[in-house]
Design a protein around this ligand. Structure first.
Ligand code: ZN
Length: 261
C-alpha cells in the first residue's frame, strides 16, 4: 500500500508540473512517450502515470491541470450536452465539486450551486439522502463518483430526481471496475469506503427514476484525449479487497451516464 509520503510526493509532482518551465522539461524528458491532448486545459504532450493503491495507472493525469481520465471524459460529455441544450439558461447543483470543472460550470450555466457532505468550501453542506432543497429546484445535477459511497443509493437517486425540474438532466458517473456490479455488506476502507464494485449494469437502476438514460463511453471520443483507464485489474480479489472482481486486460472503458427527467 502507498504510504502518506508517497501520496504527498505524487501530489507535489503533479503540482510542480503545473509550473510551465518544469512542464517543458517534463515534455522533453518524455518526448518518446505517447502524446495526448487535454480537452480541459488544451495541454499537448505525454500524461503522467499514477500509482494508486490498485496499482500503476498509465497515461492517467494531465500534467498541467491534473485532470484524470474520468474528468476528461466527463468534460467531453458536458461539451456534447452544451451543443444540444442551452445550458446558459439552466441552474446546476454540483455535488462533490471538482475544482477545474467548477470553474467551467460557472461559465457555462446560468446559476451555479455547490454542495457536499463534508467539504467546507461549498455553498451547502448537504447529504444526498436528504437534500435541503424544494422539489423542482435545479435544471441540472452533476455528481461524479458519489453513489458508490452510498448504500441507500435508491434514496439518493429519488432525491436527485425530486429536486430536478421537468426536463432536468443528471450526470451521475461511478467508477466502472467490474463486469457486473457487486454489492458489499459494508464500506471498504481500502477502497475509499466504496460500498460496491460498479459495472455497466449499475445504470439500469437509474432507469427506475429517469425517463431516459443515455450513456457515453471512452470509445465515443477521439483517442487523443486519453479517456481509457490503463490498469492491471487481474490481481483482484485481494486480502484487503476481497469482493472486488478481476477484470481481464489492462485497458478499460469508462462510462458517463446522462439521465433525463
Ligand atoms: Zn489538462
Amino acid at each position: 500500500m502507498r504510504t502518506f509520503r508517497d501520496r504527498i510526493l505524487a501530489k507535489a509532482k503533479r503540482v510542480l508540473l503545473s509550473n510551465s518551465l518544469i512542464l517543458i522539461l517534463f515534455k522533453l524528458w518524455n518526448i518518446k512517450k505517447e502524446q495526448f491532448t487535454c480537452p480541459i486545459c488544451r495541454y499537448q504532450g505525454p500524461f503522467v502515470e499514477m500509482h494508486p493503491e490498485t496499482g500503476i495507472r498509465k497515461h492517467a493525469a494531465c500534467p498541467k491541470c491534473s485532470s484524470l481520465e474520468r474528468h476528461r471524459l466527463q468534460f467531453l460529455v458536458i461539451d456534447n450536452l452544451a451543443e444540444r441544450f442551452d445550458l446558459s439558461k439552466m441552474s446546476i447543483l454540483h455535488f462533490a465539486p471538482e475544482k477545474f470543472l467548477q470553474d467551467y460550470f460557472k461559465k457555462l450555466f446560468k446559476q451555479y450551486t455547490s454542495a457536499d457532505l463534508v467539504m467546507k468550501n461549498v455553498d451547502y453542506q448537504a447529504n444526498l439522502l436528504n437534500l435541503p432543497f424544494e422539489d423542482d429546484t435545479y435544471d441540472f445535477v452533476f455528481a461524479s463518483h458519489v453513489l458508490e459511497h452510498i448504500k441507500d443509493d435508491t434514496r439518493a437517486l429519488s432525491e436527485i430526481y425530486r429536486i430536478l425540474r421537468p426536463n432536468g438532466i443528471a450526470v451521475l458517473p461511478v467508477p466502472i471496475i467490474a463486469y457486473k456490479t457487486v454489492e458489499y455488506p459494508q464500506p471498504n476502507p481500502y477502497e475509499s469506503n466504496h460500498v460496491r464494485s460498479t459495472g455497466p449494469d449499475y445504470f439500469e437502476k437509474y432507469s427506475l427514476y429517469f425517463n431516459k438514460v443515455e450513456t457515453f463511453d471512452s470509445n465515443d471520443f477521439s483517442i487523443k484525449y486519453q479517456i481509457f483507464t490503463y490498469e492491471d485489474r487481474a490481481c483482484f480479489p485481494t486480502v484487503n479487497m476481497p469482493l472486488r472482481p478481476a477484470m481481464a486486460g489492462d485497458k478499460h472503458l469508462d462510462i458517463v451516464p446522462v439521465c433525463f427527467v
